[in-house]
Write a protein that binds this ligand. Structure first.
Ligand code: ZN
Ligand code: ZN
Length: 152
C-alpha cells in the first residue's frame, strides 16, 4: 500500500482525481493520474463482457489507482499467452477492470463504470476483424484488425 497522502501532495496541480465504481456501489475506485490511452475492443472475449458490443477500456497507471471493495476475479489465458485477470462486482455483476500479469503497471477500466464516461476518448478500435457485421464502428477512430502493440 503506497502512502496516498504524500502522493497527492507531490502530484497536486498536475492531475485530477478520476472516480468510478460498479452499479451497486459496493466497489469504488479512484485514479489520481489521467488516462494513458482509451481503446475500444471487439475481441471475442469483450463481446461476452460487453453484452454483444465491444468494450471501452481506459488505461491508467496502477501505481496511482486505488480500489475500495472486494472484486471477484476471472482468470484466463489470452491467445498471446498472457495471463489475464478480469475483475467484476459479485453483487451486481458489473465488469470493472482488466489486467495482464505481464504488465502489472497498467490497469484497464471499463469506461461505463466511470462517474464521468466523457473522460474516455477512444484513440483506437482494436480487434475489428472479430466484430459482427452489424457492429456499429465509428469511422473517425483508427482501427486495428487484431491486437495492437502494448499501451505503454
Ligand atoms: Zn456492484
Ligand atoms: Zn477485448
Amino acid at each position: 500500500m503506497s502512502n496516498r497522502c504524500c502522493d497527492r501532495i507531490e502530484l497536486r496541480g498536475k492531475t485530477m482525481t478520476i472516480t468510478g465504481g460498479c452499479l451497486c456501489r459496493d466497489i469504488r475506485y479512484e485514479s489520481i493520474s489521467e488516462p494513458i490511452v482509451t481503446r475500444i475492443c471487439w475481441c471475442r472475449v469483450c463481446q461476452y463482457l460487453g453484452a454483444g458490443s465491444g468494450t471501452v477500456n481506459v488505461c491508467f497507471p496502477t501505481a496511482s489507482f486505488t480500489v475500495n471493495g472486494a472484486t471477484r476475479d476471472y482468470r484466463s489465458i489470452a491467445d498471446s499467452g498472457n495471463v489475464m485477470h478480469r475483475r467484476f462486482c459479485a453483487a451486481c455483476g458489473t465488469q470493472l477492470f482488466s489486467e495482464a500479469e505481464a504488465r502489472p503497471h497498467l490497469i484497464f477500466v471499463r469506461a461505463g463504470t466511470l462517474d464521468d464516461p466523457e473522460i474516455a476518448k477512444p484513440a483506437a478500435i482494436i480487434w475489428t476483424s472479430l466484430a459482427p457485421s452489424w457492429a456499429s464502428i465509428n469511422v473517425k477512430i483508427p482501427k486495428v484488425d487484431q491486437q495492437p502493440p502494448p499501451a505503454a
